[in-house]
Design a protein around this ligand. Sequence first.
Ligand code: XBP
Ligand code: MG
Length: 259
Amino acid sequence: MLCALIWDVDGTLAETERDGHRVAFNQAFEQAGLPWRWSEARYGELLAVAGGRERLLHDMAGRADAPAGWAQRESLARALHGLKNAAYARIVSSGRLPLRPGVRELLDDCAAAGVRLAIATTTGTANVQGLLQAQLGPQGAQRFECMVCAEQAPRKKPDPQVYRLALQQLGCAPHEVLALEDSPAGLRAAAACGIATVITRSVYFADAFQTPPVRPLAIGPSLGEREGWQPVVPGPGRVNLALLRDWHDSGLQNMSACA
Ligand code: XBP
Ligand code: MG
């Protein structure tokens, strides 16, 4: 039986990367008096590195104008990440980063059916709370029974730490939950815990699943539409909880057929 949905945040709950985190990083560079700017294309490359501070360090490793020493780089990355998160909070609170289509409706389905909700993300708690508050109101974060973020799971996806902790906090077995993700790293993290994953393709990972690292349970353009999904979904409408339950049940059958 499906007991809980574990949600990724960036790219899955909302398209936060291109117009949120990226813009905020550039504002941080400007505030710090640095000439660095990340274009949309460059940021797409950098998303191969999970975690904003880790991404900054990776970028600095290829820059001639970055501090030479490791300790100075670490402290610059920490300072820039702080400035970035403050800028991100301003962007999020302006309401400019809406939930992706079908997300709100699926959260409502879960509330009505008693399916529990959790978050498993590599971003920080304040970023998640800001987004949920801006999009779902002051009680938005309380809709999620458990929230595992960068503070609790410092080993970033594809490391499975964040999903392992979410399962522990929910007290659920892997076969009782589904993960919702947008990235290959997220898919690998969930799969390493034995969790089946539904992928909604995001702007930056639209073409990233030609040869997926593991097979997702289902993959499609968004929860707001039924066209373009694999497996094929008949009829009009959105991807609702009933459909997720069908996929989950068929995934369990496939697993027992292979046992
Ligand atoms: C995606 C990430 C994050 C964000 C930025 O997180 O890789 O690093 O890009 O967040 P998710 P921070 O697991 O939700 O897809 O700067 O706070 O790290
Ligand atoms: Mg993501």
